[in-house]
Design a protein. Structure first.
Length: 223
C-alpha cells in the first residue's frame, strides 16, 4: 500500500510550492495534476484544434502520451517524449486551460493516469479534485486557500521573476485568477471544492515555511 497526500485549492494559493516542499521532506514523489491539463491544452493549441470540438479533443487525449517525472526536487512533464515543462506555463495555456479542464472525457482519462501513478509510489498530488475524486481515500487531505488579492500578488511576482520584461499589469493577473476561480468552481464535472474530510489552511498571512510546519505537525499527529 502506498501513502498519498492530496492538496487542493484555487489557482495561485501556493499548492505546488507547498506540495513540493512536503514531498522533499517526506521523500515522496510529487505530481502536479494541473500540469496534465496544461499539457493537453498546449497540444490542442499547437495542433490548432478548436477547443469546442470535444470529439477531436477526446481523440487527442487518448492518443497523447503524457509522462511525468519527479527527480532532484524538480517536476517535469513530457508529451510524446517532448519536454514541455516550461511551455505549459505560457499565457495562451493559462487562458485556455480552464476550458479544457471542463470536458468530462479529458478529466476521465487524466484521472485514470493520476490514480495509476499514485498506486506506484508514496505521493503528494496537487490539483482541484484530488481529495474529492482522484484519491478519495487519500491518507491526508489539505485544502489550501488565500485571498484573491494575495494569490494575484504571488502570481504577479512569479510572472516578473520568469520574465522581467513582462508588460502584464497586476490588474489583469487578478482578473485572470478571478475568472479561473469562477470556471473551476462552477463547472459541472468535479468542480473545485473542499473535500469534507480535508483540513483547510488559509495561507494569506502565512509564509511557506509556516504552512509546511503546520502540515507536518498534522501528519505527525496522524490526525
Ligand atoms: O494548478 P494549475 O493552475 O496548473 O491548473 C491548471 C488548470 O487545470 C486549472 O484552471 C484547473 C485545472 N485543473 C483541474 O481541473 N483539476 C486538477 N486536478 C488540476 C487542475
Amino acid at each position: 500500500m502506498t501513502i498519498s497526500i492530496a492538496i487542493d485549492g484555487p489557482a495561485g494559493a501556493g499548492k505546488s510550492t507547498i506540495a513540493k516542499m512536503l514531498a522533499k521532506k517526506l521523500n515522496y514523489t510529487y505530481l502536479d495534476s494541473g500540469a496534465m491539463y496544461r499539457a493537453v491544452t498546449l497540444c490542442a493549441l499547437d495542433k490548432d484544434i478548436n477547443l469546442a470540438n470535444k470529439e477531436k479533443l477526446s481523440e487527442l487525449v487518448k492518443l497523447l502520451k503524457i509522462d511525468v517525472e519527479y527527480k532532484n526536487n524538480e517536476f517535469k512533464i513530457y508529451a510524446d517524449k517532448d519536454d514541455i515543462t516550461n511551455k505549459i506555463r505560457s499565457d495562451e495555456v493559462d487562458k485556455n486551460v480552464s476550458t479544457i479542464a471542463q470536458i468530462k472525457i479529458i478529466r476521465d482519462e487524466l484521472v485514470e493516469k493520476q490514480r495509476k501513478i499514485a498506486q506506484e509510489k508514496n505521493i503528494v498530488m496537487d490539483g482541484r479534485d484530488i481529495g474529492t475524486r482522484v484519491l478519495p481515500n487519500a491518507d491526508y487531505k489539505f485544502y489550501i486557500t488565500a485571498s484573491v488579492q494575495e494569490r494575484a500578488i504571488r502570481r504577479y511576482k512569479d510572472i516578473i521573476k520568469r520574465d522581467e520584461e513582462s508588460d502584464k499589469a497586476f490588474k489583469e493577473v487578478k482578473q485572470e485568477i478571478d475568472r479561473r476561480d469562477k470556471i473551476d468552481s462552477n463547472r459541472e464535472h468535479s468542480p473545485l471544492k473542499k473535500a469534507e474530510d480535508a483540513i483547510e489552511i488559509d495561507t494569506t498571512d502565512l509564509t511557506k515555511k509556516e504552512v509546511l510546519t503546520k502540515i507536518l505537525h498534522i501528519i505527525k499527529k496522524g490526525e
